[in-house]
Every structure is written in C-alpha cells, then in structure tokens.
Write a protein that binds this ligand. Sequence first.
Ligand code: 5RP
Length: 221
Amino acid sequence: MNKQQELKQQVALAALEYFDDYDMVVGIGTGSTVNCLIDVLPKVRNRIEACVSSSEETTRRLKEHGFHVRELNQTGPLSLYIDGADECDSHNRLIKGGGGALTREKIIAAASDKFICIVDESKMVKVLGKFPLPIEVIPMAQSHVGRTIAKLGGQPQLREGFTTDNGNIIIDVHNLHIINPLELEDKINSIAGVVCNGIFAHQKAFSTLIATDAGIMTQKA
Ligand code: 5RP
C-alpha cells in the first residue's frame, strides 16, 4: 500500500470520534478517502441510524456494508457530514468535485450542523486553484459557460465521457489563482447554466482532519 493510501486510512479512522451520539443520521461524502471511511464505519454501527449519501457510488458502498440510506428530504437537518476534498486552505475553504459529486455534496454540507473534512497532507495549499475547479453545468450551456469562464481568466475543459448523478456535465477550470474564494464562488454561480461550482467557501469545513507523517492534525475554521 502506498503512503497516501495509508494516510487516507488513518484520517478515516480519526473521523470515527465524531460519531459521538446514538441514533445519528449522518451525511457521507464521495471519493477514495470517504471510501476508507465507509470501510471502517461498521466499527460505529451501533451509533448510526441511517446515512444520507452524496452520490450513487457512496450509496452503493454504504448499502454493501449494511447501512440504511435515506433521502435528505426525509431527514431534516443533519448533525454531522464527513467528506474529503481536492484542496484545502488554512481557513478550511475547499475545492471539491474531483469525483463529480460536488452539487449533492454542497447541499448536504449546507444542511448539516458540522462538516468535518478528511484529507491527507497533499491536499493542503496556501491558495486554492492549482487543482482544476470543477463546475457542474446544464449540457446546453456548455459553450456559454466556457466562454464566460475564459473571460474570468480560467481555461475551461470538458470532462470527457462523464455525466453527473444529476444528468449534467462537468467543466474543469485550469489555471485559476483563487485569492477571494467567496467572491469567485458567487460569481461563477451567477453564470446562467451553472448548477454548482466546487469552491466550498460559503460551505467551508467546520474542522479539517489532516493526516500527516507526524499524526493527525485538526484545523479549526
Ligand atoms: C468528490 C469530491 C472528493 O471529496 C474529492 O474529489 C476528494 O477525493 P479523494 O478522497 O478521492 O481524493 O469532492 O466529488
């Protein structure tokens, strides 16, 4: 197993301490770090009544492990949401959507009291934007959104052969240097045809657990 995979497993284990109540209904994100979490989730099975899932892939894995999966519309606000990220800055502002599940992830983050982000140290950055920013777009708006993004200074690239769980496309935007994440999040969301973008500045993490060679660090927002 490579070092990054080991760190993902360590941070997934560390996240279990946030399952600190009984009959919890928890939000579960998407990606390889979250897959490590799902693999150890049976350790706290007695605390979990049900999960709300951010993707079809996570739903499949949760069900494989015997967990109940509920629709967010049936649960009301969640006390806890755990998810990974593609980049994280020192204020717990994130880029997400490498797995294409950003819209459902942002909805669950917004509906949760506490969003705990789990990452290995390779995800930590000073300024967001080295990782291409994913944007979920209604298919007929692809060209319009691409042209508008280019005017903002980014290089849009269609994620070939990929359709989101919501039936939309993803445009990945390269070469952004995101000095003001709140402002850019709002600006991109205001482009007609954009469903959601992968900047999580309004929905930043409450705490980020960072797996490092020296152990797990907790970064509070
Ligand atoms: C999926 C996401 C993931 O959280 C992000 O891509 C990180 O994934 P991984 O844990 O595989 O590095 O936002 O849409």
